[in-house]
Ligand binder design. Structure first.
Ligand SMILES: [Mg+2]
Length: 382
């Protein structure tokens, strides 16, 4: 059942008393290790499986779900450290619980693993709150758009040219994507030819490249000029995102039509602020499964507005869909091959593209997803 916001706040279906608290009664985390369909690599990493950590939180007869792509060790962190912040707390007060979790991990450190764990719990709490109200999460947050443009993302450096072409063309021709992104930087000397092959395959569609921080500043400048000849319009992490000065230099000197993007490893609001203050990016990326969940993503979006920089949502499209529909300054959502595949395999309600965009299902409450535990059981590791 979906209730619409008008007039429904006064008596949410899960409330124990009108306007009163709804106590969180359970918090569970599980890790699943899911093999990729083919070996995959980018400029600085190679993998053949992805770890999904699922969080479920219960209150008022509803179950909220959130997840992150992280390390299985955070299952213990969630059960032993974060659960105490959430169990028996008032499920309505998501912002207060977010702050309590941030304070709880002060000593082990707020970034990295802890940030991914908090992100999954925060997403679950937002999903739960919307379900308690009987509305889609985007309705609770306030919709800014009816659908979210996506760009196809994969093009791993392990792919043959044929595999690369086939994947990119599928996104453009079948899913209607206006842009596609490929990985570079594993064998840089091969990249100009791979990029040219991609360009020949996709025609006029926008072409993005992602080096995952593989290059030095000088190398990145060299390749930026070579890629510009193929009309590459987005160069993601040309150098390490830790090198704010290097990113800023690239942004100044790269061809005018080539945007520099980074932000996927920003875990805190200050990580985003430092990227923006350094003028390091033309478009900021944020990942709801790393940056503090829906709460952190909304903060990043507000910060982007203050710096007049557009925002792009990184990976995990099903998890981003509602919050990406609710922020004013969104450029697009990454339609990342691994996560699209996992979300379609394991979540009922995972979005499907239409004309290069995905849209929330307004008939489903929360983030519109239901985890298929039966199908996921064979991947369970913790
Ligand atoms: Mg990237």
């Amino acid at each position: 059942m979906t209730r619409h916001l008008a007039g429904s706040f006064a008596s949410p279906p899960g409330a124990e008393a009108e306007g009163g608290p709804v106590r969180v009664t359970a918090l569970r985390a599980q890790a699943f290790h899911i093999p990729t369909d083919l070996p995959e690599a980018d400029g600085t990493f190679a993998w053949n499986a992805t770890t999904l950590v699922l969080v479920e939180v219960e209150a008022g007869g509803q179950t909220g779900i959130g997840y992150t792509y992280s390390d299985a060790s955070i299952v213990r962190l969630i059960h032993h450290t974060l659960a105490a912040c959430v169990i028996d707390a008032d499920a309505w007060q998501v912002g207060a619980l977010w702050l309590r979790m941030q304070r709880q991990v002060r000593n082990p450190g707020r970034a990295g693993l802890a940030a991914t764990a908090i992100s999954a719990v925060d997403c679950a709490l937002w999903d739960l709150k919307a379900k308690l109200l009987g509305v889609p999460l985007v309705t609770l947050l306030g919709a800014q758009r009816a659908n979210v443009p996506i760009y196809g993302s994969g093009g791993f450096t392990t792919y043959t040219d044929e595999q690369l072409r086939e994947q990119l063309v599928r996104w453009v021709a079948q899913d209607g994507c206006r842009w596609v992104k490929m990985k570079i930087g594993t064998h840089p000397q091969e990249d100009p030819q791979r990029v040219a092959a991609a360009r020949a395959a996709i025609g006029d569609a926008g072409l993005f490249v992602d080096a995952n921080g593989a290059f030095s500043v000088k190398e990145a400048l060299h390749y930026a000029r070579a890629f510009a000849e193929q009309g590459v319009e987005w160069f993601e992490e040309p150098v390490s995102s830790d090198d704010l000065r290097g990113l800023a230099l690239l942004r100044e000197r790269a061809p005018a039509r080539m945007e520099i993007a980074a932000g996927e490893y920003a875990y805190t609001l200050d990580d985003f602020r430092l990227l923006l203050e350094a003028h390091a990016v033309d478009v900021l990326q944020a990942d709801v499964s790393r940056c503090g969940g829906v709460t952190g993503f909304l903060q990043a979006a507000a910060l982007c507005e203050a710096f007049h920089v557009p925002l792009s949502a990184h990976c995990a499209p099903a998890l981003h869909l509602h919050v990406a529909s609710a922020v004013r300054n969104l450029r697009h959502q990454e339609w990342f091959h691994d996560h699209v595949r996992i979300e379609a395999m394991l979540f009922d309600g995972a979005p499907r593209p239409s004309n290069g965009a995905i849209a929330p299902d307004m008939a489903r409450p929360g983030c519109g997803l239901a985890f298929r535990h039966g199908d996921a059981q064979r991947y369970l590791i913790h």
